[in-house]
Write a new protein. Structure first.
Length: 283
């Protein structure tokens, strides 16, 4: 069962809901949104029209563009993430990854999105109602969307279950994810890797990676990661793209290259300010 969650912002005065736990638009969201935008664009350009997309842990479509989120949006200038966020930022909003995918589909014309979404919070779930090309799943928990056969008609499933902040907690879900990939569904997985905290976390992370490889039968999954910050990263944001077997649109090396370059750009934007400190100003 998915535990409840809320958002946190650095300045409580910026939010109408004090006591929030997660800041919208953190670097993990930047990485996740970047991969979602690039993968969705690849599928649409390859002929997956309409794009059959699912996000069973969707959050809300948009959030207020608070100071920290705006700063990271500006630091990501020139990236696919910033380009897709642009129309939302102009309205003082921050789009969720699901809303960014919808924005990519919109550029291909009307009727190019067939999205199925869910969120455990009634308010966030209701915010998706009435959006073009979006239907809200009638389930009680996001994990129920992964029941056998329920998402087998999708081109892409994005999974960011916010109650699984340790990689080893993914293992019980791996058989269901493997079944989806076997049915031709591409999977885009996010997790928050705490392994830098010590040997125990690193060992757990390695067990997770081994279990992942076994679950997907050695399929060539692509992983990208960036640190949480450039000074003293307490963890890493990671994305994994698992290609669906027999999908109606396959991925080629060009997408791998674009994802790699985008991830490297984000990582450099994060760490560059902390690479060198002090000394005379550089002209």
């Amino acid at each position: 069962m998915t535990r409840p969650w809320t958002w946190r912002v650095g300045d409580p005065g910026e939010s109408a809901a004090p006591g929030l736990l997660y800041e919208p638009g953190n670097w993990g969201d930047v990485l996740k949104g970047t991969w979602a935008v690039l993968v969705a664009g690849e599928l649409l350009s390859g002929g997956a029209r309409p794009l059959r997309f699912a996000d069973p842990f969707a959050g809300a479509p948009v959030y207020p563009l608070v100071t920290g989120s705006r700063e990271r949006f500006e630091e990501a200038a020139g990236t696919a993430y910033a380009e897709s966020q642009g129309p939302f930022a102009a309205r003082g909003e921050l789009a969720s990854s699901g809303a960014l995918v919808a924005e990519v589909a919109r550029r291909y014309g009307p009727g190019m999105l067939d999205a199925a979404v869910f969120d455990a919070d009634p308010g966030r779930r209701a915010a998706w109602q009435g959006r073009d090309g979006v239907r809200v799943l009638e389930i009680q928990d996001g994990w129920l969307a992964l029941s056998p056969g329920s998402l087998a008609d999708r081109d892409l499933v994005l999974l960011d279950p916010y109650d699984l902040d340790r990689p080893e907690n993914w293992k019980p879900a791996l058989p269901r994810l493997a079944a989806l990939a076997s049915s031709g569904v591409h999977l885009l997985l996010y997790f928050y890797n705490r392994s830098p905290r010590g040997p125990r976390h690193l060992a757990g992370y390695r067990r997770f990676r081994d279990a992942l490889e076994r679950a997907f039968g050695g399929e060539p999954a692509l992983l990208g990661r960036v640190p949480t910050d450039g000074l003293f990263p307490r963890a890493w944001h990671e994305m994994i793209l698992v290609p669906g077997r027999g999908a109606r649109v396959d991925f080629g090396p060009a997408l791998t290259q674009r994802l790699a370059e985008a991830t490297e750009t984000i990582a450099w934007r994060i760490v560059r300010p902390g690479c060198v400190e002090g000394g005379p100003p550089v002209a």
